[in-house]
Design a protein around this ligand. Structure first.
Ligand code: UDP
Length: 382
């Protein structure tokens, strides 16, 4: 029997939708399925009081790759949103993120980059000396990485509590790369990202995903694992963007994920916190951050055009079957388990695995798109 589709794409998130788009431009027929009742995966936005709610957590698109930026903007124009979050420290004070001159001025009273650098270096040296005494060359974990990057004062004030709350693990048990996501700057620049381009699709992420999926057939409320054989028979190849361990029936055991529970509230106040993202560092506060969604798309006085605002508190949670997996926990145990699953994946000639869950990788959005591009560039038969 001739299959109706070239590709069965399992998961209508950014990886699946970008794949569907590039495949469609090559005149391939795609069926995109998702177990949720909507497209977009975790970048899906839900309208509430005229505001796009980032239902599965805040997503800010950023990249220095002009090709990726031009690509997403050719699907939908992006606005000029610049992420500049504020952190509420355990002492109740507000500090600017990422770590920059505004932060250092507030912590140490230093007014010039050279004063700040002197302070930073004193603290970094202490951490490096400690590592040398222990006979360690490279930071082995997030704590050592943070201490050598930014020193003890900032680590204890703005990193330790937040990180241990978010991950439910000690900083000394977490991989170092997580903290390298945050820039350290000796300028008065509160822009969280160092990338050249940044923004949010005008009208929300759904517009981007809808455009990417144009030309593909879409079937929602469809769980691949409930009808695996039949669904697989519909296409020559499968693009799988779900959990890699589930694809292989948890053969080697379960990978761990970190999850988040969102508590969303509409407030009778047009401007609750004055910016989209406020982080709460203290372990006494049960949530890690509060997102005020309208600030992603409304700037300046336009914030006041809507008399209400919608906020979401993010409560970090350990993942259990039945709840949404958000972050891979890339510690040693999980990484080596993942390597074994990826080896199995290599032996599946008719399945392409991709995205946060299938690669078990802490992916941002732009690298996901870049990954799909590279697949198509390296294989003209796709
Ligand atoms: N982080 C922190 N303090 C903050 C914000 C972030 O210590 O106020 C650390 C924390 O370990 C977190 C990591 O930086 O996991 C990456 O933060 P990012 O904002 O990139 O995380 P995401 O938006 O992906 O949840």
């Amino acid at each position: 029997m001739k299959e109706k589709y070239d590709y069965l794409i399992v998961g209508a998130g950014l990886f699946g939708a970008t794949f569907a788009h590039l495949a469609s431009t090559r005149h391939r027929r795609c069926l995109v399925i998702d177990k949720r009742n909507h497209i977009g995966g975790n970048i899906y936005c839900q309208q509430d009081n005229g505001i796009n709610i980032h239902r599965y957590g805040a997503h800010i698109f950023h990249t220095s790759d002009k090709r990726i930026w031009d690509f997403v903007n050719s699907m939908v124009p992006f606005n000029r949103y610049t992420n500049s979050p504020v952190a509420v420290a355990p002492n109740g004070e507000l500090y600017n993120l990422p770590f920059n001159m505004n932060t250092f001025y507030k912590i140490w009273g230093v007014k010039s980059p050279s004063e700040a650098l002197q302070k930073l270096n004193e603290q970094r040296c202490e951490a490096i000396k400690k590592m040398e005494t222990d006979g360690v060359k490279e930071p082995r974990n997030l704590e050592e990485q943070a201490l050598t990057l930014i020193g003890r004062d900032v680590y204890e004030l703005l990193i330790k509590g937040y990180t241990e709350k978010q991950w439910g693990r000690k900083c000394s048990d977490l991989p170092a790369f997580i903290i390298r996501r945050l820039p350290v700057r000796l300028t008065f620049d509160n822009n969280y990202f160092s990338d050249t381009y940044q923004g949010i699709p005008i009208g929300g992420y759904n517009k981007l995903v809808e455009k990417l999926l144009e030309g593909s057939d879409i079937q929602l409320d469809t769980d691949f694992f409930k009808d695996r054989e039949h669904l697989s028979s519909l296409a020559h190849k499968i693009v799988f963007t779900g959990k890699i361990d589930e694809f292989f029936n948890y053969r080697f055991g379960m990978l761990e994920y970190r999850s988040v529970r969102f508590e969303t509230e509409t407030i009778n106040n047009p401007n609750v916190q004055g910016c989209a993202v406020v982080n709460y560092i203290s372990s006494d506060v049960p949530y890690t951050r509060i997102i005020e969604h309208k600030h992603f798309e409304n700037f300046g006085d336009s914030v006041y055009e809507n008399p209400v605002s919608v906020i979401s508190r993010e409560y970090p949670a350990e993942w259990n079957p039945g709840i949404e997996p958000f972050y891979p926990v890339n510690d040693q145990r999980n990484n080596s388990l993942n390597t074994r699953y990826q080896e199995l994946a290599q032996k599946e000639p008719n399945v392409i695995f991709g995205g946060r869950l299938a690669e078990y990788r802490y992916y941002d959005m732009a690298p996901v798109i870049a990954k799909v591009f590279s697949l198509f560039e390296s294989d003209t038969n796709l």
